[in-house]
Each structure stands twice: as structure tokens, then as C-alpha cells.
Design a protein. Sequence first.
Length: 144
Amino acid sequence: MRIWNGRIELETRGHADVLDLTAEVERLVAGWGIGSGQGTLFVPGSTAGLTTVEFEPGVVQDLRELLERLAPGGAAYHHDAAWGDGNGHAHLRAALIGPNLGFLVRDGRLVRGTWQQFVLCDFDNRPRRRRVLVQAIGTGHPEP
């Protein structure tokens, strides 16, 4: 078994910015030469999350609207009262989505559904530079 580590660096706009990570994760996995294994994506921080969606404008907007209903921006939050930074809603949205996402690799390829993309959701109330850590464990491709 081997362990591979990588990272994806992104600039976000904040305010429920949703970015597709799929191509970059596929590029990393292909470059590592994993035959079979599993891995995880992890975003450090408490105002961003990772999930899967069909990355198309309608679903992205539906996700934003759902999270606005669950943790509305501009509502009164104890976090904002304590810190005055106005991003209490971002912390709650990130807690709902979660900071990590698992994936499988089979025959050297990322396993995912046809319309399933890996996305980063940045809920903070300002643009951010985000880093997504990628780690996989598995076997390398067998030698021909």
C-alpha cells in the first residue's frame, strides 16, 4: 500500500461560491498512478465545505437557496454577536455540508457517477484563498 498527498489551491468569491474540483482531482489521481484505493478531500477552515452535485447552474442555485433557507445570511447569530464578523451563517452552512469528502479509485480512475462532480462551497462573507488537501491510499498500477 502507498499513500499519495496533493493539494488544490483556489481563489473564491465567498458568499456561497461553488467551484467544481472534479477535473483537478482526476488529474491528481491519474498522475499518481493509483491502481485501486480510496481517498479523501479535506478543506481546512470552518466556513467552507465539500460535497457532490451535478455541477450545473440550476442545481448550484438550488443548493444556494436551500442553504439560505436553513442558515440565512443577515439573521442574528450568537457568533456574530461575539466576534462581529457577520459570518455566523457561513459557519453553520459549513457545518451542514462538512469539510471532507471520500472517493474511490478503481483501475486507475476516479469512481463517480456520470453527473456527479466534486465541489467546494465557500460560505464566508468575503473572497478567500482556499486550499483543498487530497490524500489517497492504495496500490499502484501493476507493471505490464
